[in-house]
Design a protein around this ligand. Sequence first.
Ligand code: FES
Length: 107
Amino acid sequence: MPDVIYVAHDGSERRVDVPAGRSVMLGAIQNGVRGIEAECGGCLACATCHVYVDPAWLDRLPPAGEDEEDMLENTAAERRPNSRLSCQITVEADLDGLRVAMPETQG
Ligand code: FES
């Protein structure tokens, strides 16, 4: 299974096996990774699954859709060029080693 590396705001890291086809958000929630709230359960309605994608990986992800772009305007923490909603990033085999950092706050 591909590994996703979740970097907490304090710099600590968790490497988690996430099955291909599952979202980066679910990989965190199902493995007790803190820093992603996902209040809406992945319905693109909360923006509490905000992450900063490591710039080295950004171009390897499909671009954010229009609805994700709209929701990224509502993040609690500052939006940056590498901001994404983790419920909209699907883990695939070629994303093994993907690094995402959680913001200081989701709410
Ligand atoms: S979990 Fe709510 S927008 Fe991603």
